[in-house]
Design a protein around this ligand. Structure first.
Ligand SMILES: [Zn+2]
Length: 314
């Protein structure tokens, strides 16, 4: 199975709760198994980033002139490698989306559904707004990929299924009042961000929620997402609803997160909608837990969709 990744995703930001090393570790775990093929993306162009982000914001980033206040909001130390790393990961989500859409046009006898799948060991930077970055998110990769595909008329409509423990505030705001994109966020209500702009569908759950209750809420919500008739779904498979996450306050088990992934993949498969998987957050006390949760998401995606995109030529 083809999966988008670059070794340059591992940006050195010093001692930080955001483990950029996780990308490399997920890659290593998959590379040790048979059947995985890794594809390196191109960095997102500034022209494409301007489909989502304000030119003033991009100019400040290019010139390395974000203010102290802006950097505090971003919660990342400034370094040119950060810009390169985020441009690359944003390009990675676009490439994974192209894989999903390309696969969907190739009948695959191994596939139960015949619809496409794009996988990205990265992405899901849902706290980036049009005019500023927040919470480790410099650019909103999913929003940019949707806008690029709409510009190319590859898709008309899209949906975002955001299962990171934190609300998808940037994505909600970017697509506010845009009926072509359905934004769904299921998140811990009493957690960052304090201000939660309204998504198309928000489910804010209580602290300490466990597997069964979470899965029941998710299962009820997904048909509403599919009713929006998206041409593609972007799934943010955050590892941070995990019970031992440092920045999350929910109590999902590893098995619960795997069941969560299956429910999302099954809903998209049933509706015949191509799916793009991005990793989003994950800050478990033991980085290996975060890595294993992400690897499980990737494995389940392939298992559920039965797709093999390795023969197509992107
Ligand atoms: Zn998160």
């Amino acid at each position: 199975m083809r999966v988008v990744y670059s070794p340059r995703y591992h940006i050195d930001i010093g001692a930080h709760v955001f483990p950029t090393l996780k990308y490399q570790l997920v890659h290593e775990a998959l590379a040790a198994r048979d059947g995985w093929e890794f594809v390196e993306p191109e960095p997102a162009s500034y022209e494409d980033l301007e489909l989502v982000h304000r030119s003033e914001y991009l100019q400040k980033i290019r010139a390395g002139r974000l203010s102290g206040e802006e950097l505090a909001l971003l919660e990342l130390p400034w370094a040119p490698e950060i810009v390169d790393g985020f441009r690359l990961m944003t390009g990675g989500t676009l490439l994974a989306a192209r894989h999903a859409l390309l696969n969907s046009q190739i009948p695959n006898p191994k596939s139960q559904t015949g619809v496409g799948l794009g996988l990205h060991i990265g992405g899901g930077f849902h706290h980036a707004f049009a005019n500023h970055g927040e919470g480790f998110c410099l650019f909103n990769d999913v929003a940019m990929a949707i806008r690029v595909l709409q510009r190319e008329r590859r898709i008309a409509r899209a949906a975002v299924i955001d299962c990171d423990v934190h609300h998808g505030n940037g994505t909600a705001m970017i697509f506010d009042l845009d009926p072509s994109v359905f934004t769904f966020s299921i998140h811990q209500q009493h957690n960052y961000p304090a201000f939660k702009p309204r998504s198309s569908l928000d489910i804010g759950v209580d602290d300490g929620l466990t597997d069964d209750d979470y899965l029941a809420k998710l299962g009820e919500a997904l048909p509403k997402v599919m009713e929006s008739r998206p041409d593609v779904v972007f799934y943010l498979a955050g590892a941070d609803p995990y019970e031992d996450d440092q920045l999350g306050g929910l109590a999902l088990s590893r098995q619960g997160l795997r069941a969560r992934d299956r429910i999302v993949f099954a809903a998209c498969g049933l509706a015949g909608v191509p799916l793009v998987l991005t990793l989003a957050g994950g800050y478990a006390r033991r980085v290996e837990d975060t890595v294993q949760i992400h690897v499980a998401s990737l494995e389940e995606a392939v298992r559920m969709r039965g797709c093999d995109g390795s023969t197509s030529g992107l």
